[in-house]
Design a protein around this ligand. Structure first.
Ligand SMILES: Cc1cc2nc3c(=O)[nH]c(=O)nc-3n(C[C@H](O)[C@H](O)[C@H](O)COP(=O)(O)OP(=O)(O)OC[C@H]3O[C@@H](n4cnc5c(N)ncnc54)[C@H](O)[C@@H]3O)c2cc1C
Length: 552
């Protein structure tokens, strides 16, 4: 049973605004910037600080067809290829043609991207792209530069009174009117008080869901709050089963991991330099799997690693780069060497433990490229949304570009949309799950929703989640408020909801496509060449009619 709203205690303050943006990554910050000067009262809510989400960790860059030898048509074609038949072509075309101008706007607000000696932008090449089109900054620090420049611009606007910032605050639920239109937001502020912001529009820019998995590249903010909030508010979800894994995240022994950790990536470049994947018995992992061997595409490598982990019973495989010279480590991989050393691993003398890590949610809240969802008043942009750009598998470096452009587009839309004021109705609220359930929720998610899924594992996961969900104890909320744990309880509940939603969708989709791989249905099936829509009905996640991707 999933609640329509969460009971987080009595409301101690109420205010009005026109637009509330939840999230301060690329999507939320760019939305806020476009609303500045539009005469709207804007409140930007973030769990941590401006730029605290996945955006700041992005290493590759932003995809944009800038090179004169490249084109938006080629960018479109590479994206459709990666998306395995489930991209929305007009949306991808809009992204590809808007990307170069979006990069120019970033430069205009102060972004310092890497350049060639002649001064033109240095464009990188990444897997799946057939042209050099990755704009990057500081080598592998693109996200940090993007977050820096957007956050600085929003902070300047806040100092001028053009946007109000609520940092350290956690959005809990949408306020809804009698007709289910979203008319505001309930949140827990930085001081632990419950407040309500009445607003004409709520924009979700809450990023990913990685913290539901035991191993993820996502930061601690990525607990799927926006997805769960939208589901409770009645929004339609699309294709949440498509979760992209990075094949080689650093996997320190469990004793050195803690809940909420994000893992570091060991980039493909290490395999490009000749490092080999072996299992814990020393046998090669990729031999005979793919003609490109250890340099096969990400989903192929991730699936092969997962299969080997299952057959050996180990929670990792090994990346052997012990034959690299000291110079290679120092010149090419000083960061990875440092990350390993910090975790007590010396890759010059021992293989690096690696495992696939949850990396990116391709599905999410069903929205168009302007952020419009199935619920009036509720908008979704960036990783939390499913706009059709990412299809069944994300093309590298398209997500920052999408977050940036979709954020701008929702800002433009709300700048010209009349603001409606509606009164919120009280809905049935249920207590949040106890925060102590979080480790078990994460464990069962990792077991069921790994790289390689099956009906048996997903059914076991859903059974375990139902048992955990039934253990909510009405009335223990007070204790958690006193000890400051309401926020942790909300996150645990959202992780439970995200896990249930994703496993339900993954069990329904009886095929393998893109980044959804099933050991019991290893091939793509023609009848599944379509999207999957889900919604909360009477407390249960239910599949709606399927929308044909082919006919679109
Ligand atoms: C390690 C790593 C490397 C990556 N590399 C690349 C790359 O090179 N290129 C690329 O295109 N993509 C990359 N990605 C993916 C990309 O970074 C993300 O998809 C993108 O940054 C998402 O932006 P966003 O604005 O939607 O969300 P985020 O940047 O994640 O921001 C989410 C915001 O929502 C806030 N929030 C969440 N829940 C709540 C709540 N309940 N209340 C208030 N605030 C809330 C958070 O505090 C945060 O401010 C990478 C991701 C990771 C993790």
């Amino acid at each position: 049973m999933i609640a329509a709203q969460l009971d987080v205690g009595g409301v101690t303050w109420q205010r009005e605004s026109d637009v509330v943006i939840v999230g301060a990554g690329a999507a939320g910050l760019s939305a806020a910037l476009r609303l500045i000067g539009a005469g709207r009262r804007v409140v930007l809510v973030t769990k941590g600080w401006l730029g605290d989400g996945s955006t700041a960790w992005a290493q590759g860059g932003l995809a944009a067809a800038i090179d004169p030898r490249d084109s938006a048509t080629d960018h479109l074609s590479d994206t459709l290829q990666a998306g395995a038949g489930l991209c929305d072509e007009p949306t991808v075309a809009a992204l590809a043609s808007a990307a170069p101008a979006a990069i120019r706007r970033l430069i205009a607000v102060g972004a310092r991207f890497d350049r060639e000696p002649g001064g033109e932008l240095a464009l990188g090449l990444e897997g799946g792209h057939h042209a050099r089109r990755i704009v990057h900054a500081g080598g592998d620090a693109t996200g940090a530069e993007l977050a820096r420049v957007l956050a600085a611009a929003v902070r300047r606007a806040a100092e001028r009174g053009q946007v109000e910032l609520l940092e350290g605050a956690v959005a809990v639920d949408a306020l809804t009117a009698v007709d289910r239109t979203v008319c505001g937001l309930r949140l827990i502020d930085a001081g632990g008080a419950v407040g309500e912001l009445q607003a004409g529009a709520v924009v979700l820019a809450t990023g990913g869901i990685g913290q539901a998995w035991p191993v993820t590249t996502n930061p601690t903010t990525a607990t799927g709050d926006g997805l769960a909030l939208a589901l409770r508010a009645g929004a339609i979800m699309r294709d949440p089963e498509f979760v992209q894994f990075h094949p080689t995240a650093l996997a320190p022994p469990p004793a050195r991991r803690c809940l909420g950790d994000r893992v570091a990536l060991v980039s493909e470049a290490v395999r490009g330099e000749g490092a080999l994947l072996i299992d814990t018995h020393g046998r090669p992992v990729m031999t005979g799997v793919h003609p490109l061997g250890d340099l096969a595409p990400r989903d192929v490598v991730a699936t092969a690693i997962q299969a080997r982990m299952t057959s050996t019973g180990a929670d990792h495989v090994l990346l052997d780069a012990t034959h690299f010279s000291a110079r290679t480590w120092l010149d090419h991989f000083p960061t990875i060497l440092g990350l390993c050393t910090e975790r007590g691993i010396d890759p010059r003398h021992e293989p690096i433990p690696v495992a696939p890590a949850e990396h990116y949610a391709c599905g999410g809240v069903w929205a168009d490229f302007d952020g419009v969802t199935s619920v009036p008043g509720l908008y979704a942009v960036g990783e939390v949304a499913s706009t059709g750009v990412q299809g069944a598998n994300r093309l590298a470096s398209n997500s920052l570009t999408e977050a940036l452009i979709a954020g701008e587009r929702v800002g433009d839309l709300l700048a010209r949309t009349p603001i409606r004021r509606l009164a919120a109705t009280d809905r049935d609220r249920l207590p949040a799950l106890g925060a102590q359930l979080r480790p078990e929720i994460v464990r069962v998610t990792g077991d069921g929703l790994g790289v390689l899924r099956s009906d048996r594992k997903l059914t076991e996961q859903l059974t375990a989640l139902a048992r955990l969900g039934a253990s909510a104890v009405p009335g223990d909320r007070g204790a958690r408020i006193d000890d400051g744990g309401t926020r942790a309880a909300v996150e645990a509940t959202n992780l439970h909801t995200v896990s249930t939603l994703t496993a339900t969708a993954a069990r329904n989709r009886t095929e393998s496509r893109g980044c959804h791989q099933r050991s019991d249905f290893p091939d793509p099936e023609p009848e599944w060449h379509r999207h999957q829509l889900l919604r909360l009905i009477d407390g249960e996640i239910q599949q709606l009619h399927v929308e044909s991707a082919v006919a679109a």
